[in-house]
Design a protein around this ligand. Structure first.
Ligand code: HEM
Length: 250
């Protein structure tokens, strides 16, 4: 794609991110700009990798998990659809402003993020100096890998962690309550996921829109397999399987 863009580049009419980046490279050569960033083809490839993998694959795979959990738990799916049907006028598309009125939808999304633990192990990090944490000495430069899936199923943080219970995210009054302890789907600290708010918007709009219009279930006579595909040790991918989307407005 980069080669194709180079061939069709019109400096007066950059059509997308790649064109804009190529123009920056031309202007600046390999000199760092004011912000200190390098502009070369390797860097552009990494930007595109971030856009496609960090920015797209993650949300796409989380949506797959959401569909599978809804298909596996029809009672929770019904509750979600009832909430959407009563909070949103018939035929209207959900917007971010509707968020406070659909706490159960948010609860379902957060419970799927916990149960599926997409980033089974988070990205490696490394301390820049020797530190002591909870009595453990961690030498400078050692590699630290958080095992997110283990934290998400730790009974010190989660009552009956193996149960899919969106209700655990609701206050007694039915309001959505965010929990931080033992919950790291987007990691934590300064280098936590930079796309979290965008991902959350996408998950809410896609989940609500699909659930408004379709009921999701397993194919007749089949059950949904919620175990991750263990071929991938870093990302918890859903296992390949069929699900049936039945229109709610035939
Ligand atoms: C459900 C969707 C997503 C999940 C579960 C997710 C999860 C994560 C996790 C666990 C990290 C590692 C943080 C760390 O190193 O401590 C991360 C980093 C990152 N994510 Fe996401 N992410 C999602 C969506 C997105 C989106 C939509 C974007 C961009 C539009 C994005 C961009 C990034 C980038 C650039 C980093 C590296 C941040 C850094 O090193 O400073 N992610 N993400």
């Amino acid at each position: 794609m980069i080669t194709e863009h180079k061939e069709s580049l019109n400096p007066d009419d950059p059509k997308d991110l790649i064109d804009a980046y190529l123009l920056e490279m031309k202007d600046r050569g390999e000199n760092p700009g004011e912000a200190g960033g390098v502009r070369n083809e390797t860097d552009l490839r990494i930007v595109l990798f971030d856009a496609l993998f960090a920015g797209t694959d993650t949300t796409y795979n989380t949506m797959k998990w959401i569909f599978l959990y809804l298909a596996a738990y029809p009672d929770k799916q019904r509750k979600l659809q009832e909430e959407l049907d009563s909070a949103l006028p018939s035929g209207s598309l959900v917007t971010l402003e509707d968020k406070p009125r659909i706490p159960y939808t948010e609860a379902v999304i957060n419970e799927v993020l916990r149960m599926s633990s997409l980033t089974n192990v988070g990205l490696p990090h490394s301390p820049v100096r020797d530190v002591v944490l909870a009595g453990y000495k961690i030498p400078k430069g050692s590699m630290i890998i958080p095992v997110t899936a283990s934290i998400h199923s730790d009974p010190r943080y989660w009552d009956q962690p193996d149960l899919f219970l969106p209700e655990r995210w609701l206050s007694p009054e039915g309001k959505f309550v965010m929990r931080k302890e033992g919950y790291l789907p987007f990691s934590t600290g300064k280098r936590s996921c930079v796309g979290e708010s965008l991902a959350r918007m996408e998950l809410m709009i896609f989940t609500a829109t699909v659930a408004q219009n379709f009921t999701i279930g397993p194919p007749e006579g089949k059950t949904i397999d919620l175990l991750p595909d263990f071929d991938n040790r870093i990302i918890h991918m859903a296992r390949k399987q069929d699900v049936v989307f039945t229109s709610r407005n035939p």
